[in-house]
Ligand binder design. Structure first.
Ligand code: PEP
Ligand code: MG
Length: 863
């Protein structure tokens, strides 16, 4: 019932149903939240009555009364959305306390009473009355300073009373209002504040990052309090039924003695590992193990739990599916299949495709010389190198300018989410493995180290120090999230190691998917990598990328700047052997698999010398007058290079360029064939706008091929096809398909031409477009299904109307994006082609797309 009760509410109800010890409570549904927003922040008419009845029921079970000083019932009021949003929304604990009730409790347990009251005032002021948190924090900090105390536990009952009193006064001063003394007033206000917390900027950012719809709303969980801070026989803890970093099947977590749950996750004190619980509360530890088992059997997944021990009794406060690293996701899924808890299909559907890219990422070379600056807890694995930045907003700005940064904080809070999202890695001096920084980084798949306690973070001077060394803002450090070690300077990285478990999962995926997975690879090295990752062909070899190298660019420039066909031919003669050798190597690597080579498609200006010196140098090299070169550069300058004299426009105007390329491709293929190997070249014309244009180029291409094959006396299978990158080409697909043997959607260009947005400068306004929800996603990353997707559908449909079995793929960036891959599956493409590192992601995403469609089809059949 997650949609109605929110994740937390549904799981609490389920735990109660399983007979686990859950403090009695009730949940106000997400429908009430929707009503609240639709009706100008008013509650539905029956709500008060229903809440009163629910409270009365709890009073009966607990034998205590809300607002009764003699025997008070206290509540926690917490948010709980459908999808988990850790730390994103608001909570008020110890609700129901007021001066009178606190004084009464203090007669028996003064330290607990005043500490709890201080907490309530703090949270109520923060969450409900919107008092600034830093100001509220100052009160406790001030008392500690006056008394010369460091830890909260050192404060006496009198100290806490003083803290609570001073805080109350400060709240009045800050907000102009008293903390309400009437528990019911407290309750109504807290419920409203939780609803309102759905729309705080940090909650909105989290939703955006995690693709959670804005209209889901949150439920409110009102639950009787249990106190981990009640006495020495009490504690609060959080844990996972398996290790969320490695996936190991072992209860994992941490706890704090004599503390409330918020203290554990807030990273204010560094908690103890859960094994210690075995020594302090051995029976509760055993009970927790049993409960973990029950929960895993019931939920059939790893759980993230919160618990409290009050006076020696264990209470379960939360369970939810645990967030995990990619490594843990793979191991847990596989272990659960082996343990017959889930099926292979479920395992495949459980692993987020994007997450597995990290396996293929490099890590640090630990044999290289390095200096450990500081150690902390390895909260999220991987290697990150970047400039030290302390301010999350500044991190975002620098990353926008192309820098790589490591965000360094004492601890993080949900307000820092922008900075975390921008950073390569996160380092905090405080907090445990379940602190905010740890949870969020793991979710985002970023390296993270927390609890590096020997490090002193000095925000004021924008530096941190550890072991007598000071690192200033903008200095480079390297962060190893797998080992929990921070090194000064930039460390070299080594290629990733892929666990056998992942290969097994990817093999299952290969059996389920219908889509082929090809790679975009321009060099033999990339092709080799792609093949190792499981690519079944090359979907796009961008021939212009072969000329980015320093040693090759002069010949290429000479070709572009040639004054006539003769000069161009001379330049091409220099280039041809280079191209041929590249193709030879690529064909060898990809033996037996299709290789789609795209003829030249460069924005010409990218290859031209721009600075005066360069022009002069090049003119000398080429033996041309400087003025001529400068003039030609000027002529070729384009205002919007993405729409100019590129793609097959080049082939039409300078046919000798494409002829040279075709010669290089086919000669190389013939040689491979002579070596007794299988070769499958496919020649792809870029940026075609219609049948006529394609036919001209196809005719010359075929003529060139025929000449070579006759000369070499060889029979060769080859194909000539086109990219579909323009709306006109999609609309004309039936005509183009008469001549083309295959289509490949170039969705990078199709997106810019369909939307009228240049790939080069979209970054200037895209953020606002995303913010104002004109786009849900960056259309250059995730396919714009309504617009570009529609053109693809038309292209496929019309193309196949002419040629029933026309091979159709995609080779824009979207070919590696799981959401776009699902669309490609649905519209019947034959393959997706993406960068080598994304090939495993695409294999899994393609399997998920097929499995989801099967599920959907079955559901339709059943209904
Ligand atoms: C495309 O436009 O989608 C494509 C793959 O070609 P390029 O990115 O090289 O323009
Ligand atoms: Mg293109």
């Amino acid at each position: 019932m997650k949609n109605l009760l929110g994740g937390k509410g549904a799981n609490l109800a389920q735990m109660a149903k399983l007979g686990l010890p859950v403090p009695p409570g009730f949940t106000i549904t997400t429908e009430v939240c929707a009503y609240f927003y639709q009706n100008n922040h008013r509650y539905p008419p029956d709500l008060k009555k229903e809440v009163k009845e629910a409270v009365a029921q709890i009073e009966e079970v607990k034998g205590a009364q809300f607002g009764n000083p003699e025997n008070p019932l206290l509540f926690s009021v917490r948010s709980g959305a459908r999808a988990s949003m850790p730390g994103m929304m608001n909570t008020v604990l110890n609700l129901g306390l007021n001066d009178e009730i606190t004084r009464k409790i203090a007669e028996k347990n003064p330290c607990f009473a005043w500490n709890s009251y201080w907490r309530f005032i703090f949270m109520f002021a923060d969450v409900v009355m919107a008092a600034p948190e830093e100001e509220l924090n100052e009160v406790l900090a001030g008392i500690k300073k006056e008394r010369g105390l460091k830890l909260d536990l050192e404060l006496s009952a009198e100290d806490w009373q003083e803290t609570a009193e001073r805080l109350k006064t400060k709240v009045k001063h800050l907000t102009g209002r008293e903390i309400p003394q009437d528990p019911w007033e407290q309750l109504w206000e807290a419920i409203g504040a939780v609803f309102k917390s759905w729309n705080t900027p940090r909650a909105i950012t989290y939703r955006k990052l995690n693709k959670i719809p804005d209209d889901w709303g949150t439920a409110v969980n009102v639950q009787s309090m249990v106190f981990g801070n009640f006495n020495q026989n009490s504690a609060s803890g959080v844990g996972f039924t398996r290790n969320p970093a490695s996936g190991e099947k072992k209860l994992y977590g941490e706890f704090l003695a004599q503390a409330q749950g918020e203290d554990v996750v807030a990273g204010i004190r560094t908690p103890q590992p859960i094994e210690k619980l075995k020594e302090i509360f051995p029976q509760r530890y055993q009970e927790l193990l049993k409960i973990s088992e029950i929960l895993e059997q019931d939920y059939r997944d790893m759980q993230d739990i919160e618990f409290t021990i009050e006076s020696g009794k264990l209470w379960m406060l939360q369970t939810r599916t645990g967030k995990r690293t990619a490594q843990a996701a793979v191991k847990i899924a596989l272990d659960m299949v082996r343990g017959e808890l889930i099926t292979k299909v479920e395992a495949l559907l459980r692993i987020p495709p994007e997450s597995i890219e990290s396996f293929f990422r490099p890590s640090f070379d630990h044999n290289s010389k390095k200096e450990i600056l500081v150690k902390g807890l390895p909260a999220s694995p991987g290697a990150a190198v970047g400039e030290v930045i302390f301010d999350p907003a500044e991190a975002g700005e620098l990353v926008d300018k192309g820098h790589k940064v490591i965000l360094v904080r004492t601890e993080t809070s949900p307000d820092d989410i922008h900075g975390i999202a921008a950073a390569e890695g996160i380092l905090t001096s405080r907090g445990g493995m379940t602190s905010h920084a740890a949870l969020v980084s793991r979710g985002m798949g970023k390296p993270c180290i927390v609890g590096a306690e020997e490090m002193y973070v000095d925000y004021k001077n924008q530096q941190f120090s550890a072991q007598g060394k000071t690192i200033k803002k903008r200095e480079t450090i390297s962060l190893d999230g797998t080992r929990g070690e921070v090194y000064s300077g930039k460390l070299e990285t080594i290629p990733a190691q892929v666990p056998q478990d992942l290969h097994e999962i990817l093999n299952w995926a290969d059996k389920e998917r219908r889509l082929g997975v090809y790679a975009n690879a321009d060099t033999p090295k990339q092709a080799k990598q792609a093949r190792e990752f499981g690519a079944e062909g090359i979907g796009l070899c961008r021939t212009e990328h072969m000329f980015f190298e320093e040693s090759r660019i002069p010949a290429f420039r000479q070709m572009i700047l040639a004054r006539d066909a003769k000069e161009r031919k001379e330049a091409l003669e220099k280039i041809e052997p280079l191209q041929r050798d590249d193709f030879l190597e690529i064909f060898r690597v990809m033996e037996g698999l299709p290789v789609i080579i795209r003829l030249l498609d460069p924005p010409l200006h990218e290859f031209l010398p721009q600075k005066e010196n360069d022009i002069e140098k090049f003119a000398q090299q080429a033996g041309l007058p400087k003025e001529i070169v400068a003039q030609k550069v000027e002529q070729l300058k384009e205002l919007n290079p993405m729409l100019g004299h590129r793609g097959c426009r080049l082939g039409i105007t300078y046919p000798e360029i494409y002829e040279m390329q075709v010669r290089a491709i086919i000669t190389a293929a013939c040689q491979i064939k002579k070596e007794g190997k299988n070769v499958k070249p496919e020649i792809m014309i870029p940026l075609t706008l219609g049948e006529k244009e394609f036919l001209i180029l196809k005719t010359t291409t075929k003529k060139t091929i025929k000449e070579i094959l006759e000369r070499e006396k060889i029979n060769l299978d080859y194909k000539i096809g086109t990219m579909i990158e323009l709306p006109r080409a999609a609309l004309q697909a039936d005509e183009i398909a008469r001549e083309a043997e295959f289509f490949s959607f170039g969705t990078n260009d199709l997106t810019q031409t369909a939307l009228g947005i240049s790939r080069d400068d979209a970054g200037r306004f895209l953020p606002q477009y995303l913010e104002q929800k004109i786009f849900q996603e960056d259309p250059f990353r995730t396919l714009d299904i309504e617009g570009v997707g529609e053109l693809i559908k038309i292209g496929v449909e019309r193309g196949r109307k002419t040629k029933k079995d026309l091979e159709v793929g995609i080779c824009g960036e979207h070919g590696g994006d799981p959401q776009s891959i699902e669309f490609c599956h649905q519209v019947g493409l034959d393959y997706v082609s993406c960068s080598p590192f994304r090939v495993p992601v695409a294999r899994l995403a393609a399997a998920q797309a097929a499995l989801k469609q099967n599920e959907f089809n079955e559901a339709i059949r059943d209904s």
